[in-house]
Design a protein around this ligand. Structure first.
Ligand SMILES: [Zn+2]
Ligand SMILES: [Zn+2]
Length: 298
C-alpha cells in the first residue's frame, strides 16, 4: 500500500510521460561544431506509434536507428521515418536531408518522405535529388531489387505560421521565430490530448516563445552560455547575440512560459561548461531544467 502510494506520488510529480503519451527523443543536440558527442540538431516526437521529426542534422538516420534500438521504439526505425518538419534551412539542421530521402528508400520504406518547412525547402529537396541522379539511376536500374517507389517523389509543403498538420491525435502548429537574417524560421507546438511540446528551433530571445508554451509540458529550447560568450571574439559575439538566446535570457523566457520541464538543446557552450550553463539558466529561472544529450527521452 505504502509502496503503491509512493509510486503514485512519483508518477504525479515526475515530468516523464505516461507510457502511451507523446515522448520527446533528442536524436541530435549539436550545432555546426562537429563535436563527436553530439549529432546534428534533430528532435523526434513519438506519439501513437508514429514518429514526427523536427530538423535533420547530420547523423539523423543513424541516431533514429540507435533510439529505436535503445528504447524499443519501432516508430523510429528508418523505414518508418516519413514526416519531417524543418525549423529553418541552416546547414546544421538540414545536412541529413539527403540521408532521410535516400537511406530509408534503399531499406524499402513503403512510402515517400513528406516535408514541411520554410520557403526554399522545395528547391533544396529538388537539388538534393538531382545531385544523387547517378546513385538513383544505378540503384533503380543496376540490379538492386525493385524499390517501393521513385525516390524523387518527395512531398514538400512550404508553410506559413499556423496549424500546418493534423491527424487523429496530433496537431502541429508552426510559429515564426526571429533568427537573424533568415526571412522564415519556425518553432513548433506539438499537441496531443496528453501533452503539449514546444520546440524553439534556432531563435533569438525576442520570439515570444512564452505565448506558445504557457505551462506546456516540455519546452525544448536552444541556448548559449553567457560565460562562454564573454570569451568569444567581438564579431562572433555580435552574430550570436543576433541569432541565438543566452542562458540568462532563456531563464527569463522560461520564467514567463512556465513549462513543466525546460530541455536545453543546441547548446553552444564554447570554453564554459554544462554545469555553468545550467547555473546561468537557474540564475533567472527556478523551474525544472535539463541539459539534453543525444539519445535522451523526455
Ligand atoms: Zn543551428
Ligand atoms: Zn540556425
Amino acid at each position: 500500500m505504502i509502496r503503491t502510494l509512493a509510486v503514485l506520488i512519483a508518477m504525479a510529480t515526475s515530468s516523464l510521460p505516461a507510457a502511451d503519451a507523446a515522448r520527446v527523443i533528442l536524436l541530435g543536440t549539436g550545432t555546426p561544431i562537429p563535436d563527436p558527442c553530439c549529432s546534428g540538431p534533430a528532435v523526434a516526437v513519438v506519439a501513437n506509434n508514429l514518429a514526427y521529426l523536427f530538423d535533420a542534422g547530420p547523423g539523423v538516420v543513424r541516431r533514429a536507428e540507435a533510439a529505436a534500438e535503445k528504447f524499443g521504439i519501432a516508430a523510429l526505425d528508418a523505414t518508418r521515418l516519413t514526416r519531417l518538419f524543418f525549423t529553418h534551412l541552416h546547414s546544421d539542421h538540414t545536412l541529413g536531408l539527403a540521408d532521410l530521402i535516400l537511406t530509408p528508400w534503399i531499406l524499402e520504406r513503403p512510402t515517400p518522405l513528406t516535408l514541411y518547412g520554410p520557403r526554399g525547402l522545395r528547391a533544396m529537396s529538388d537539388h538534393l535529388v538531382a545531385a544523387y541522379a547517378d546513385d538513383i539511376r544505378v540503384r533503380t536500374t543496376g540490379g538492386e531489387p525493385k524499390h517501393q517507389y521513385d525516390p524523387r517523389l518527395v512531398t514538400v509543403h512550404e508553410i506559413e505560421p499556423g496549424a500546418i498538420y493534423r491527424d487523429d491525435r496530433v496537431t502541429v502548429t508552426a510559429f515564426a521565430v526571429s533568427h537573424g537574417a533568415w526571412e522564415q524560421a519556425f518553432g513548433y507546438r506539438f499537441q496531443t490530448p496528453d501533452r503539449t511540446i514546444v520546440i524553439s528551433g534556432d531563435t533569438g530571445p525576442a520570439s515570444h516563445i512564452e505565448d506558445q508554451c504557457r505551462r506546456c509540458d516540455v519546452l525544448v529550447h536552444e541556448v548559449y552560455s553567457d560565460a562562454g560568450f564573454a570569451k568569444r571574439p567581438p564579431e562572433w559575439q555580435a552574430y550570436h547575440a543576433r541569432y541565438h538566446t543566452s542562458a540568462r535570457q532563456l531563464g527569463a523566457i522560461a520564467a514567463r512560459a512556465q513549462p513543466k520541464l525546460l530541455v536545453l538543446y543546441h547548446q553552444l557552450i564554447w570554453s564554459s561548461t554544462e554545469e555553468e550553463l545550467l547555473k546561468e539558466v537557474r540564475s533567472t529561472y527556478d523551474g525544472k531544467v535539463e541539459s539534453a544529450h543525444d539519445l535522451e527521452v523526455f
